[in-house]
Design a protein around this ligand. Sequence first.
Ligand SMILES: Cc1cc2nc3c(=O)[nH]c(=O)nc-3n(C[C@H](O)[C@H](O)[C@H](O)COP(=O)(O)OP(=O)(O)OC[C@H]3O[C@@H](n4cnc5c(N)ncnc54)[C@H](O)[C@@H]3O)c2cc1C
Length: 581
Amino acid sequence: METVHHDVLVIGGGGAGLRAAIAVAEADPRLTVGVASKVYPMRSHTVSAEGGAAAVIRPDDSLDEHAYDTISGGDWLCDQDAVEVFVQEAPEEMLRLEHWGCPWGRNPDGRIATRPFGGMKLERTWYAADKTGFHLLHTLYQTSLRFPSISFHDEWFVVDLLVDKGRCHGAVAIELASGKIVALIARSVVLCTGGGGRIYPFTTNANIKTGDGMAFAYRAGVPLKDMEFIQYHPTGLPFTGILITEATRGEGGWLVNKDGYRYLQDYDLGTPEPKPVKRSMELGPRDRLSQAFVGEEEKGRTVTTQWGEVVHLDIRHLGEKLIDERLPFVRELCRKYQKIDPVRELIPVRPVVHYMMGGVHTDIDGATPVAGLFAAGEVACVSINGANRLGSNSLTELLVFGARAGRRAVREAGDAPDRPPDAALTQALDMERQIHGNLLRPAEKGERVATIREEMQTSLEAHAGIYREEEGLTTARDKLQELRDRMAGVTLDDTSLTFNTELLHYLEVRNLLDVAEAVVHSALNREESRGSHQRRDFPERNDDRFLAHSLVRRSVEGEPEVELLPVTITRWEPAERVYGK
Ligand SMILES: Cc1cc2nc3c(=O)[nH]c(=O)nc-3n(C[C@H](O)[C@H](O)[C@H](O)COP(=O)(O)OP(=O)(O)OC[C@H]3O[C@@H](n4cnc5c(N)ncnc54)[C@H](O)[C@@H]3O)c2cc1C
């Protein structure tokens, strides 16, 4: 079996992965870095981020204000030491990106421009029109090419990690063009594989967001943290789930129901106390806005369409000039995918699964409990997002914690043995046998993997959506167990080696099922409502029992077990999220 050696292996070529790789190269140019990505780095989901990235830059803002907004927006489930590090390092990282060539929007006086964003009391969201993710990723990719120590394995699909006796020694990957299975051996491994929104059917997440890294870590015995917190974004296009960025509301867009009424005024949106800035109720945090949609639906005040119930986003009053200047992508998406022009027409929208607050349990340097294994970006839970992430904090998180994880991976690379143990190589051979010897062997026709995926997604949407309760979650839990058993009977029609996408889907569904299991078990255990986790049977937040992270891990018998880990509070005592207009 072919083996490839790197000092540091970064799995994922999105914003977090590229930032981590650059950090390694900068910290120690003698270390070789391999970046493995199942798609070309520029096709990672980061590219589709629209609205912007948050960091304090204006003189009327402060690090404490950014920290407070993040913590209260996260319903006091964020670790405050992590948030303090985050807000402190954010401006520096964003300016570094500027120096590397990121074309941040400017005010007429030449200063960095900012726009308001949901749950942020002050304007601190930097942007590059409404294609921020594209520019950010492009900047990182170009910068990464300057370092000779970084090499890329583009279109290599990582199947699983190699872990022996509590240390990670690398991973096994399929080179998609040839079907060859390769052991990627490394002293440190940084997981940057992004989120797993594809456990749901209706999501803004690209098809590739299948939670692979979360599943790898889970199978390797690393706990997943706060997995029950799934963010619904209030404004997705109803047919495709394509995101209409929060920047539309940041720029002054309104949400209206079927009567043209700005219904958010009837809801408690939980925004912190008002500040003397131009804000609207549309800029409440995403969890409350998505819940308000359900409220309107239950009152019969939503609009019935061929794609289900929707409300309308109205940006007509912003005018064509502003829309073309600040929101050109929104106009393009509406025209292309919804056949409407938002300059003149209302945009139909409904809540859509967008982001996972939870992920691989790490400390503030991205270290996991397994030696040599680190995680950063959406795959990780540091945690700065708590029970509800504020829009525009994620892109900045990729930079701050991608860099920190990269630097820590360098520091710990020296602790690794020079040769991986035989047990790790045996694991790699086993994976090769399983794929070439079992999955790609012609077999009598069994069940199709797409059926399993669909049934999983339908069950999660029905039972682990914006509102949950014990009965539904138990149904979902049993369904997932059934689907897991049925996976054994799945066969592949395509047994070829070249770009075998059916094989990838199989491996991705296996990962999705693990992620879904972690979500449902954590949701069942949390008998309270907080942020994006709303239990109809436990409608109140319960700090006495649940001011704590959920940690879910697989027991030796293969059963998920959930335990609680207290939240780190430094300076901001838990309070109610109250709305001031
Ligand atoms: C439509 C949309 C708009 C958004 N807008 C904003 C915004 O304006 N502001 C903001 O702050 N946040 C935004 N977000 C959230 C933010 O963009 C993401 O959380 C963030 O980009 C994730 O970056 P990442 O580097 O962690 O992962 P990704 O960018 O998803 O990259 C994951 C990488 O891992 C690789 N990978 C995954 N699995 C494997 C495997 N098995 N083998 C090999 N490689 C693998 C992929 O190829 C990819 O390179 C948005 C998200 C979406 C979906």
